[in-house]
Design a protein around this ligand. Structure first.
Ligand SMILES: [Fe+2]
Ligand SMILES: [Fe+2]
Length: 131
């Protein structure tokens, strides 16, 4: 376990907390694999899984923001797009042997997720909270 889920990351929406936790769990699995066998195939599978989960999560979140006529939705969607692009670039660089999976890279991914939750997702709490 690299970075444990902390209740301070909660966006107070059950479904999105669960999705965020799943994403963090995949990042932790990348870290575990790095410290273990660090098999290339497994790392690529995990990066693919993270990409898929992230796409589904962003899509669900954007749908929910749309349904409540969230005024900052365009900025939020823009940031989702940037994050997906970063993940895509990282995966492409790894697949083309331009970078290695390292502690630094896992730290980047943990930050990539947590900073977005803290800076942007938490802003919808008052409008969406269900727990
Ligand atoms: Fe978001
Ligand atoms: Fe989110």
């Amino acid at each position: 376990m690299y970075l444990e889920w902390n209740d301070q990351y909660s966006v107070q929406v059950k479904k999105f907390n669960a999705q965020h936790k799943d994403m963090l769990q995949i990042i932790n699995a990348i870290h575990d694999e790095l410290l273990g066998n660090n098999r290339r195939e497994t790392q690529i599978q995990l990066l693919d899984k993270l990409t898929l989960n992230t796409m589904n999560h962003f899509s669900d979140e954007e749908q929910a923001l749309h349904e409540i006529n969230y005024s900052e939705i365009l900025d939020h969607m823009d940031e989702h797009l940037n994050l997906l692009q970063e993940l895509h670039d990282l995966k492409t660089d790894y697949m083309n042997n331009r970078i290695d999976i390292s502690e630094e890279l896992v730290g980047f991914l943990a930050n990539w997720l947590i900073v977005h939750i803290e800076d942007m997702d938490k802003q919808y709490i008052p409008l969406m909270r269900d727990e």
